[in-house]
Design a protein around this ligand. Structure first.
Ligand code: PAF
Length: 280
C-alpha cells in the first residue's frame, strides 16, 4: 500500500490507475478505524480493482467545543489494517494541504442538511460537504462508499453529488454493530464500561419504536416511548425522529421511512438509525 501525503503525488498515482484503465473505489474516513470502516473497504474491493482510503480528521466539521482535539488518532494501527485488507493507496493529507492559507470556499447543501444533526450541530454538514467535495476532486473516484450509520451525512453527500454533477456512484453500506446491537463508531472508545453497557439502550429503543410503528401504532407515541427509555438509561436526547428516507423531511405515505436518533451519554454523543417498513 502506498501512503501519500502530498497532492501532486496523489494525482500521479491516480493517473497511473487511470492510464491502466482501472476504476477506483474510494472510502473517505477520519481514521480510528473499526469493523464498520473495514466493511466499507471490503465493499470497495468488490466494486473496483483499485481502492483508495483517506484519513483526514476534518477540523471544519467540528464546532468549537466539540471533540476535535481528543478525536482518536491511530495512524499506525489504521495503516496496518488497511494494508492487510489490500488497500492500494492511503491518502493522508496534512491540514495545510487540505486547507492551505487563504482557503475560503464553503459548500452548504440546503434542505437535507438542515434538520436533525444539522440543527443540533450548526455548520457540521457544511464542513462535511466541503471536505468531501475536495476529496472527490483530489481522488477522482468512480465509486465512493459511506456508512449508513451517518444516514444524514449520506443524504447530504448524495444531494451534493447530484447538484454539483460529480460523476461518482455513491453507495451506502449498512451499519456494522457490536454483538449487543450498538452501532460501531470511533467515538465508542470515549465510553467508560458502565456507559458502554447503558449505550445499548439506543439501538434497543430504535428497534422497539420501529417495530411498533411498523405494526401500526401511533408514531408520535412510539417516538415518545423511545425518548423516555433513552432518558431512563441516562441519555440526554437531542432528537428521536421518523422522517422520509430521501428528503429527511416529513414521512410520505408509501415512501421509505427512517427512524433516526442522537443522544449523549456521559458527554459522548451517539447517533443511530434504522429503516421503518410500511405498517403491516
Ligand atoms: O464519516 C466520516 O468519517 C467523515 O464525516 C468524512 C465523510 C470522512 C468527512 O470528513
Amino acid at each position: 500500500m502506498q501512503t501519500i501525503r502530498q497532492l501532486p503525488d496523489l494525482r500521479d498515482a491516480v493517473s497511473g490507475f487511470r492510464a491502466a484503465g482501472e476504476r477506483v473505489a474510494f472510502v473517505p474516513t477520519m481514521g480510528a478505524l473499526h469493523a464498520g470502516h473495514m466493511a466499507l473497504v471490503a465493499e470497495a474491493k468488490l466494486a473496483a480493482p483499485r481502492v483508495i482510503v483517506s484519513i483526514f480528521v476534518n477540523p471544519k466539521q467540528f464546532a468549537p467545543g466539540e471533540d476535535l482535539a481528543r478525536y482518536p488518532r491511530k495512524e499506525q494501527a489504521d495503516s496496518r489494517m488497511l494494508a492487510a485488507a489490500g488497500v492500494d493507496l492511503l491518502w493522508m493529507p496534512p491540514v495545510e494541504v487540505m486547507y492551505p492559507e487563504g482557503h475560503a470556499t464553503n459548500i452548504a447543501v440546503t434542505g437535507v442538511s438542515e434538520p436533525l444533526d444539522g440543527a443540533a450541530r450548526p455548520g457540521h454538514f457544511d464542513g462535511v460537504a466541503t471536505v468531501v467535495a475536495k476529496l472527490f476532486n483530489q481522488v477522482k473516484p468512480d465509486i465512493a462508499l459511506f456508512g449508513e450509520k451517518d444516514f444524514q451525512q449520506l443524504a447530504v453527500i448524495r444531494r451534493m453529488v447530484a447538484d454539483l454533477d460529480f460523476d461518482i456512484d455513491v453507495r451506502g453500506v449498512p451499519t456494522q454493530r457490536d454483538d449487543d446491537g450498538l452501532a460501531l463508531s470511533s467515538r465508542n472508545v470515549y465510553l467508560a464500561p458502565e456507559d458502554r453497557a447503558s449505550a445499548v439502550a439506543l439501538p434497543r429503543a430504535l428497534g422497539v419504536a420501529a417495530r411498533a410503528i411498523e405494526k401500526g401504532d401511533d408514531a408520535q407515541a412510539a417516538l415518545a416511548t423511545a425518548r423516555a427509555s433513552l432518558e431512563a438509561a441516562g441519555f440526554d436526547v437531542d432528537y428521536v425522529e421518523l422522517v422520509d428516507a430521501a428528503s429527511l423531511g416529513t414521512p410520505v405515505a408509501g415512501q421509505p421511512r427512517r427512524l433516526l436518533a442522537a443522544a449523549r451519554i456521559a458527554g459522548t454523543r451517539l447517533i443511530d438509525n434504522v429503516s421503518v417498513a410500511e405498517p403491516e
